[in-house]
Design a protein. Structure first.
Length: 325
């Protein structure tokens, strides 16, 4: 890699990718859509530029001289397909078209495990996608269409289908710091997870290692949400986890959606999140090794969760989908 562009640089994963690249002395170019959120990047040795994926005319400038794109910019919410289409699908295609024009060599896309449907068997590279949410459907469509465009233009394309990424900046840990979690279901479904450090490192190494293709990425131990919360409570015993029956959860989110719509505030509890939280999405161990040839620094939640809690001490964060600026 010579010169790297990171889209979605002020998002949860984007900040960590940007930090790791800057620590390597690479001075990445960071794309910012909302200028006030760029303040979070000011301490990084990086080039910060403003553009919007929904505005193709704004993209040519930020891709000038770029060798590699790590694309994380998108509306990160469990909302309906029409709601997420403009940023996840249309915005991604705008970026790929601009990358082709700029003769970019490498393009890495941050996809999602939600491109798969409910699965009792652990997911691997050969599992067929079957998205059950608007978010997963949009991610899959963007991934497939960009792969076709990249192949025709001889751009090396890599897509990492990331499992649940957890870290101090995540919306989940924002709720954990408040000491209370409302989970819409029994929490007995197995799910794959990955620490934010390893997710960011995987994206960077995917841009460096010369491999192309689509890869599932998770840590080495899928677990139920109850296991996840019980591990949290070892280190954070005051955390209260309340399980809300799914039917009641759907009724509650429907009422909340009307409230947030009337008040023009971002809705942190869309009904689509209930289905996603209750999917069974375990992943076979060793996916990081297959994708990038390395091992995770945090191989399971038992190493990862205490590290995230340490990073949450004396910490304030406003998740991007709750930031109205």
């Amino acid at each position: 890699m010579q010169k790297v562009l990171v889209t979605g640089a002020t998002g949860f994963i984007g900040i960590e990718v940007s930090r790791q690249l800057a620590e390597r002395g690479m001075r990445p170019r960071l794309m910012v859509r909302r200028p006030v959120r760029g303040l979070m990047l000011k301490n990084l040795e990086a080039e910060i530029m403003q553009a919007d994926l929904r505005s193709p005319e704004s993209l040519d400038r930020i891709l000038n001289g770029i060798d590699t794109v790590i694309h994380l910019g998108a509306r990160a919410a469990f909302e309906t397909y029409p709601r997420v289409f403009p940023s996840i699908v249309k915005g991604s295609l705008n970026l790929m078209q601009a990358a082709i024009k700029a003769r970019v060599k490498n393009f890495v896309f941050s996809s999602s495990l939600l491109v798969y449907g409910d699965s009792a068997r652990p997911i691997d590279q050969h599992t067929e996608p079957s998205p059950m949410s608007g978010y997963g459907r949009a991610k899959l469509e963007a991934e497939q269409r960009m792969a076709e465009m990249a192949a025709a233009a001889d751009i090396r394309f890599v897509s990492l289908r990331l499992s649940h990424v957890y870290g101090a900046h995540s919306l989940l840990f924002d709720r954990i710091r408040h000491g209370q979690i409302f989970f819409p279901g029994k929490g007995e479904n197995a799910f794959a997870h990955i620490h934010i450090y390893d997710a960011a490192r995987a994206l960077i190494q995917a841009a460096e290692n010369g491999r192309s293709g689509i890869w599932v990425v998770a840590d080495n131990l899928s677990c139920t949400w109850n296991d996840f919360f019980e591990t949290l409570q070892i280190y954070h015993p005051r955390l209260r986890v309340m399980h809300i029956p799914r039917v009641i959860s759907y009724v509650g989110t429907t009422i909340l959606s009307v409230f947030f719509k009337l008040t023009a505030q971002p809705n942190p509890y869309p009904s689509g999140a209930i289905s996603c939280w209750n999917l069974r999405l375990p992943v076979v161990p060793g996916t990081i090794r297959q994708a990038i040839g390395g091992e995770p620094q945090f191989p399971t939640i038992h190493q990862g969760i205490p590290d995230v809690l340490d990073n949450s001490i004396s910490f304030y964060w406003l998740p991007s989908n709750l930031d109205r600026s």
